[in-house]
Design a binder for this molecule. Structure first.
Ligand code: F6P
Length: 364
C-alpha cells in the first residue's frame, strides 16, 4: 500500500525562465493551505538534491514572488545524476550519483517530488521514477519545445521581449535603410522566432525547421527595395541553418549533459546578405534578456494553474504525471512520455501558412 503523502519536495531544473517563482508559490501555497503538507525546497535543481541542499518552504518564503523573474530556489542545467560530470586529471569522468539523491530524499522524509523543468529535467526525473519516487512534472521553457503540452510558461514572456526588440529595430532599420537581423533563442525549435516575427511583422523569418537559401532571402530583400521599401527586418532563430549547411555553434560545454550552445547565425546571415547586396546590415543578439525579468500576466496565470494542478494530482493519488495544457484545458500525461523529446514547429503550422499568405519570406 502506498504511504500517505505528508512532505513534498520541489525543485527547478534546466535553464531558468519567467514564471518559475509563480509555480513555486502555487505549489507551496496549495500544499500548505489545502492539504496541510510540508514543503521542502531543493536548491539548484537536481544538484541540490545530490548535495543535500534542502530547506523548508512556507507561505512566508513564497510571499511576493509571483511577479519575480528567475527562481528563488536556484537552478542548474549541468547536472545529470546518472552521468554526473567530474573534472579529473585534465579530463572529465562521469559517475552515477542517483544513489546520493535517493539517500538525501529519504533522509529529508520527502514522499514525492514536484519537478519544474524542460525535457532534460523530465528525463532525469524518470531515473528517480524508476527507483520508485513519485515525480510530478511541471513543464517550463522559453523555447516552448516540450512534447505533450501546447504551451509552456515563459514562452509568452520571451515572445513579448523579442517582439518589443523587433518593433524597436523597425524604426532604426527604416531610418538607415538597413537589413536588420534579430537573433532569438529557442534551441532546435523556431517557436520564438515565428511568434515574435509574426507579432512584429518581420519581413523574413528563419527557423531551424525550414533550412534557408540565402539567395532566396537576398532576392526577397531586393524585391522589397524595388517596391520602394529600403529596409528589411529579419527574425532569426538561433537554430536556423542554411540549406546544405550546419547550425552555428557558439560554445561547447563538455560538463553539460547537453553540451552544444547555439548562437551566431544572426551574424552569419547579416554578413552573407552584405556580401551579396548593396545594403548595410546589422545584427542584434537578444540572448538571455529573453529569459530574465517579470513574467507577463499570461505566464503567471499558466504557472499558477500548473503548480496548483501538480499538487492536486499528487493528492488525488496520481503517480508520475506531467501537467500539460491542451487547448485551454489543464490535463496531465505520463511523465516518461516527454523525456528527452523536443517539439519543433511543424512546417505546415497555421501561423507559417498565414504569414506566407501575407508575403513573409521563410528563406525558401
Ligand atoms: O532552453 C532555454 C535556452 O535559453 C535556449 O533557448 C538556449 O539555447 C539555451 O537555453 C542557452 O543556455 P545557457 O543558459 O546555458 O546559455
Amino acid at each position: 500500500m502506498t504511504q500517505p503523502i505528508k512532505r513534498i519536495g520541489v525543485l527547478t531544473g534546466g535553464g531558468d525562465c519567467p514564471g518559475l517563482n509563480a509555480v513555486i508559490r502555487a505549489v507551496t501555497k496549495t500544499a500548505i493551505t489545502e492539504y496541510r503538507l510540508e514543503v521542502m525546497g531543493i536548491a539548484d535543481g537536481f544538484l541540490g538534491l545530490l548535495e543535500n541542499h534542502i530547506h523548508p518552504l512556507n507561505n512566508h518564503n513564497v510571499s511576493n514572488i509571483l511577479t519575480l523573474g528567475g527562481t528563488i530556489l536556484g537552478t542548474n542545467n549541468k547536472c545529470d545524476p546518472r552521468r554526473f560530470a567530474v573534472k579529473d586529471n585534465g579530463g572529465i569522468r562521469h559517475v552515477n550519483r542517483v544513489p546520493d539523491g535517493l539517500r538525501n530524499l529519504k533522509a529529508a522524509g520527502i514522499d514525492a517530488l514536484i519537478v519544474i523543468g524542460g525535457d532534460g529535467t523530465m528525463s532525469v526525473a524518470c531515473d528517480f521514477v524508476a527507483q520508485g519516487i513519485n515525480c510530478i512534472g511541471v513543464p517550463k521553457t522559453i523555447d516552448n519545445d516540450l512534447e505533450g503540452t501546447d504551451v509552456t510558461f515563459g514562452f509568452g514572456t520571451a515572445v513579448a521581449i523579442a517582439t518589443d526588440a523587433l518593433d524597436r529595430i523597425h524604426t532604426t532599420a527604416a531610418s538607415h535603410h538597413r537589413a536588420m537581423v534579430v537573433e532569438v533563442m529557442g534551441r532546435n525549435a523556431g517557436w520564438i522566432a515565428l511568434y515574435a516575427g509574426v507579432a512584429s511583422g518581420a519581413d523574413v523569418i528563419l527557423l531551424p525547421e525550414i533550412p534557408y537559401d540565402i539567395d532566396a532571402v537576398c532576392r526577397f530583400i531586393t524585391a522589397r527595395k524595388e517596391e520602394g521599401k529600403h529596409f528589411s527586418i529579419l527574425s532569426v532563430s538561433e537554430g536556423a541553418k542554411p540549406r546544405h549547411g550546419e547550425q552555428v555553434v557558439a560554445k561547447i560545454d563538455p560538463m553539460s549533459p547537453e553540451p552544444i550552445r547555439l548562437g551566431g547565425v544572426g551574424e552569419k546571415v547579416a554578413n552573407d546578405i552584405a556580401a551579396r547586396l548593396d545594403i548595410e546590415t546589422r545584427t542584434t543578439v537578444l540572448g538571455h534578456v529573453q529569459r530574465g525579468g517579470t513574467p507577463i500576466p499570461a505566464d503567471r496565470i499558466l504557472a499558477t494553474e500548473f503548480g496548483s494542478r501538480a499538487v492536486h494530482l499528487l493528492m488525488e493519488g496520481q503517480r508520475n504525471r506531467m501537467v500539460v495544457m491542451k487547448g485551454r484545458v489543464v490535463e496531465d500525461i505520463d511523465i516518461t512520455q516527454v523525456a528527452n523529446k523536443q517539439r519543433t514547429v511543424p512546417v505546415d503550422h497555421p501561423l507559417i501558412v498565414a504569414a506566407r499568405g501575407l508575403g513573409t519570406c521563410f528563406g525558401e
